[in-house]
Write a protein that binds this ligand. Structure first.
Ligand code: PGA
Length: 252
């Protein structure tokens, strides 16, 4: 039985005060349902320690929005998985669409990050998803398959059991356009089948696959009702505590 998982990606938002007040409001708003759902908040790097402290008495994990693949050394500006683990992080996003399409990260780089996150003791959330042109050209299956195969390349089933996958169609992120529950379910089922082919049916049955892309309180329940949607990766709506808590309730 896969326990629902809801994560809030704050992206490059909040400040030293609002990061803490948002984390506290999520913690208090979700306290009565936090046993039924895995909850994570993913603040900007610099606010992670304050947020870890703010949720220390709650059942809320903290994640990072990115991670570098080396553990230490001359890599100016980068942050390693062991550093993130050291300050209380549990999760790290790897290959979020904004890093792929704004910053230019490749599948090869994302693969190294996933591996390094696991070696450093973090749980990676591998993000995949097609562009609108690719969907229109019926290439969704091909694109997502390639991103998953390349993203998990060289990782054993034991390591991949630490991974959560997030399917986020790029055209649905921050646009107000959400994939229909059927469109999302179709890709989630494909991903689960692919994991079964690459590894085994046990891992395919256990791996958590989240949907992301304009998730709101009004669409969370119907997305969560799909057989292969195990949780939600929420951007914009995770910046409002009430909305994020409503989404957690819909997932519970
Ligand atoms: P959104 O972002 O909910 O604002 O569309 C989702 C994401 O990028 O993870």
């Amino acid at each position: 039985m896969r326990k629902p998982f809801v994560a809030g990606n704050w992206k490059m938002n909040t400040d030293s005060h609002t990061s803490v007040s948002l984390a506290e409001a999520v913690a208090s708003g979700s306290s009565d349902i936090a046993e039924q759902v895995h909850i994570a908040v993913i603040p900007p790097f610099v606010y992670i320690p304050a947020v870890v402290k703010a949720v220390s008495n709650a059942r809320i994990a903290v994640g990072a929005q990115d991670v570098y693949y080396e553990q230490k050394g001359a890599f100016t500006g980068e942050i390693s998985s062991s550093m993130l683990k050291d300050i209380g992080c549990t999760y790290a996003l790897c290959g979020h669409s904004e890093r792929r399409h704004v910053i230019g990260e490749t599948d090869e780089l994302v693969n190294k990050k996933v591996g390094a996150a696991i070696s450093g003791g973090l749980l990676p959330i591998l993000c995949v998803g097609e562009l609108i042109e690719q969907r229109k050209a019926s290439q969704t299956e091909q694109v997502v398959t390639k991103q998953i195969k390349n993203g998990l390349q060289g990782l054993s089933a034991g390591k991949v059991s630490a991974v959560t996958i997030a399917y986020e169609p790029v055209w649905a992120i921050g646009t107000g356009l959400t994939a229909t529950p059927q469109q999302a379910q179709e890709v989630h089922a494909l991903i689960r089948k692919l994991i079964g082919e690459m590894y085994d049916s046990q891992l395919a049955g256990e791996i958590r696959i989240l949907y992301g892309g304009s998730v709101k309180p009004s669409n969370a329940a119907e997305l969560m009702a799909q057989a292969d949607i195990d949780g939600l990766l929420v951007g914009g709506a995770s910046l409002k505590a009430d909305d994020f808590v409503s989404i957690i309730q819909a997932a519970a």
